[in-house]
Every structure is written in structure tokens, then in C-alpha cells.
Design a protein around this ligand. Structure first.
Ligand code: SAH
Length: 414
């Protein structure tokens, strides 16, 4: 987990004492006038805000050609620009020696506006984990995290500034949704991480990004079009995109059933992670408020359909919250619910020790309860791993990012 204690993005609103499951808190607004949701309140439509400027990474390859021609250049220049960005991770026109010097600045201004401005980096794990706080063009703040392991480098990206899903254990959810991110704002987090690795800025020497998890701020399937286009940029072969393998890209969702269905039929073939956190509607309604729209049975059925259509094993995320969702009977119920959707190893459960957020009364499960939970799932034949405990004791204001550190998408492939 990440030592995120000092870094708060949207300072979470403490849920008042005794109201963890839903007394009505007063509506509050933070200083910039952003609406702060009351417990259980969902924001399904992103606030309308000014759009980020257009960037090359917003465009599919054919659109890039058209854009370059509109700017008065030959279409083949688009592929050169794509190579600079996606292969060399460069948006700096002074390095574009294959372009006449007189055209470089204008092209850069038109197709490479600055989208992400670093505010702060925090490193831990001897420099192999690096969390970056970014300011977007309109002042909104988001985070991304680069995590280097012996065999891979994972980047955890944000897909929205804030989040409208209001899960009460998640720091981001408490502060509401500022806006959707654009395709290029999502992609540029990965390109920035790639650039840092190229330059040897990350402990372990130069390297390459191998895995992406959409587990930063936001609900990626609530920003479906930008998410799907960003995935396309990540998996398109170079120079059109970054050339990552589709199975090494994980899209994590709170369980938006229509979004899961779209992803199923998209042909993108990424790894799907579903944040279940409870096997029964009564509890899930409170932990994951969107459950009141898309209950457990529908979410698990949609996840199973994803497996059937794509052949990709689905990951079920389950934050272990002491005395809330970690009872042995709930492990049995989880196994039952998953088996009801379909037989065999179509699914893998990732147990995530809760990373407590400021103001919340909840904490991670006791070790013995966690072990018992694992045993019950194993006995029922459900593949399960616990993402353990780097820095569990360190207060993490941004639980969902810390959780990404705990999920290893490769685990699901074996
Ligand atoms: N909105 C998406 C992706 C972002 S969160 C989703 O819900 O899946 C990524 C994961 O981190 C989710 O499983 C989320 O439930 C989990 N998470 C959020 N806050 C957490 C916390 N405090 N401790 C542990 N996991 C947390």
C-alpha cells in the first residue's frame, strides 16, 4: 500500500459519528462550491464543465491524419507525431528532428496541449512506487501511481476527477464528482509514467510500463467512451498506440451493469475487475450505493457474461472490513453467489485489506477472520488471493489507489 497519509486529493468529508450506514448528513459544499454528496447519494451524470483541449491521444489514427491535414500538413505527418508520442513518449517539439523547425511549434500547440501538470510526487518502497498528484487544465486534481515489481511495472490511472459512486469506505467517493476526464488525460498519465521510466527516474533503472489498472479516482464505466478510447490507445500497436497487451489492462468497475455489457461487446478484451465487497444486497446497498440500481445478482451475471463472451477470467474485488463484511457466513454466501452465476473457475476473488480513510470508523479485518474467509472460499473451490500488507499501517487518504497496489492483474491469468 502507499504511504498516502499526507496527500489528500479532495479532502474527504467525515461521515458523522454513528452514521456510517446512512443517517442523513447535512449537505455540504467544499470551498470551490463542489457539491458534496450525502451518504448513499449517487451522481450518475457528470457535471458539465469546459472540455479539456484536444490532444493527439484523443484522436483515432484516421482522425489524426485529418487533423494534421486541416492544419495544412501532409497526412503522413500524423504517423510521425504518433511515433514521437507513443513510441518515444515525447511531446517536446525540439526533439522532432524529422519536422521542419518552422512547423514544430504550431503542431505542438495544436495537438499537444499540456494536459497534466505535476503538483507533487511521493515515493516509497525504496523509490519503486511513485504516486503523482496532477493538476488538470481547469485546476481539477487527480492521481496516478507507478508501481515497479521485479517482473512488471503497473500504472494505476484515474478516469474521472472525483467519483459519483459515493462508496462510504473510499476517500474519493466522499468528495463527489468534479468531471469526466478526457481520453488523452487518461492516456497521458501512462505516457508520463513511461517517460519517467525511460529517463531512469524510477529506482531500478530504465524500464517499460507493462500493466495498467483503472483503479485510480473515478468510475471508468461511468465515463465509458473516454475509457474505451483510452484502452484502444493503450493496446493499439505502436505507433498508433502504446502497444500494451490487452490482458495486461484491467478496468475496475463498481458494477455498472450496462457499462459491463458494453465492455463485453466492445471487443477490447481487457481484464475486468468488479468491486463487489458484499455478497448480499442488504449490505452491498450500503457499501456500494449503486447496488440499489444494479443488485448483486445482476452484477455477477453481467460479470459471468463477460467471461463467457471474452474468455477472460473476471476478478472480484472484496475490501475486507472488520466486522462489516468479513464474517465466515458471508464467505459462504459469496461462494454461493459466484457458483450460481456459472460453474468452474470463471472468477478469481481478490481480498483487499481495507485501507482506512480519515473520518471512517471502519478498519481492516482481523487476521484470523481474514484467514477463515479465505479458507471458506477455498473449500468452496473459489480461487482467492489476499493482497497483503505493504504499508497497511500507514494511513492512506486515497484508498482506491492503495487498493490498486494490492491487486495483481497477472494473478488472474495463471
Ligand atoms: N470505481 C472503480 C475503480 C476505482 S477504485 C471501482 O469501484 O472498482 C479501485 C478499488 O479500490 C475498488 O475495488 C474500490 O472499491 C477499492 N477501494 C476504495 N477505497 C478503498 C479502501 N479504503 N480500502 C480498500 N479498497 C478500497
Amino acid at each position: 500500500m502507499l504511504p498516502g497519509g499526507e496527500l489528500r486529493l479532495n479532502a474527504p468529508v467525515a461521515i458523522p459519528d454513528g452514521t456510517a450506514f446512512g443517517d442523513r448528513a447535512l449537505r455540504r459544499c467544499c470551498e470551490n462550491g463542489q457539491h458534496m454528496p450525502v451518504p448513499g447519494e449517487l451522481t450518475l451524470v457528470a457535471p458539465r464543465r469546459a472540455k479539456p483541449p484536444r490532444h493527439l491521444a484523443d484522436l483515432a489514427p484516421a482522425e489524426r491524419r485529418a487533423a494534421v491535414e486541416e492544419l495544412g500538413h501532409k497526412g503522413f505527418r500524423a504517423a510521425q507525431l504518433s511515433t514521437h508520442y507513443f513510441t518515444h513518449h515525447s511531446d517536446d517539439p525540439t526533439t522532432w528532428t524529422d519536422f521542419p523547425a518552422k512547423h514544430r511549434e504550431a503542431l505542438a500547440a495544436a495537438l499537444f496541449p499540456r494536459l497534466l501538470t505535476p503538483v507533487r510526487d511521493i515515493e516509497c518502497d525504496a523509490g519503486t512506487t511513485r504516486k503523482t498528484l496532477w493538476r488538470l487544465f481547469d485546476g481539477a486534481l487527480v492521481e496516478s501511481v507507478l508501481m515497479r515489481y521485479p517482473d512488471r511495472v503497473t500504472v494505476c490511472v484515474s478516469s474521472q476527477a472525483g467519483c459519483g459512486m459515493n462508496c462510504p469506505f473510499c476517500a474519493t467517493g466522499q468528495a463527489g464528482l468534479t468531471r469526466n476526464m478526457s481520453t488523452a488525460e487518461i492516456v497521458d498519465q501512462v505516457v508520463a509514467a513511461s517517460r519517467a521510466l525511460d529517463r531512469g527516474e524510477v529506482a531500478g533503472g530504465p524500464g517499460r510500463v507493462s500493466n495498467i489498472v483503472f483503479m485510480g479516482m473515478g468510475e471508468p464505466l461511468a465515463n465509458y467512451n473516454a475509457t474505451a478510447a483510452a484502452v484502444a490507445r493503450l493496446i493499439d500497436p505502436t505507433p498508433d498506440g502504446l502497444g500494451l497487451s490487452r490482458r495486461s489492462v484491467t478496468v475496475s468497475t463498481v458494477g455498472l451493469v450496462p457499462g459491463i455489457a458494453k465492455l463485453t461487446n466492445s471487443g477490447l478484451g481487457v481484464t475486468l475487475a468488479v468491486s463487489l465487497h458484499a455478497p448480499d444486497d442488504e449490505l452491498r446497498d450500503t457499501l456500494v450505493p449503486i447496488n440499489t440500481r444494479y443488485p448483486v445478482g445482476e452484477v455477477v451475471a453481467a460479470a459471468h457474461e463477460y467471461f463467457v463472451k471474452t474468455g477472460r477470467r473476471v476478478s472480484i474485488e472484496y475490501a475486507m472490513i472488520r466486522d462489516i463484511n468479513d464474517q465466515a457466513w458471508r464467505a459462504d454466501e459469496l461462494a454461493r453467489v459466484l457458483a450460481f452465476a456459472g460453474p468452474g473457475a470463471w472468477v478469481h476473488v481478490n481480498l483487499i485489506p481495507l485501507n482506512p480513510t480519515p473520518g471512517s470508523q471502519w478498519t481492516a479485518s482481523r487476521s484470523r477472520d481474514e484467514k477463515a474467509f479465505v479458507r471458506r472460499l477455498e473449500t468452496a473451490g473459489v480461487p482467492v488471493t489476499v493482497r497483503d500488507t505493504r504499508g497497511r499501517e500507514i494511513d492512506g487518504a486515497c484508498g482506491q489507489l492503495a487498493a490498486a497496489d494490492l491487486l495483481d492483474p497477472e494473478e488472474q491469468l495463471s
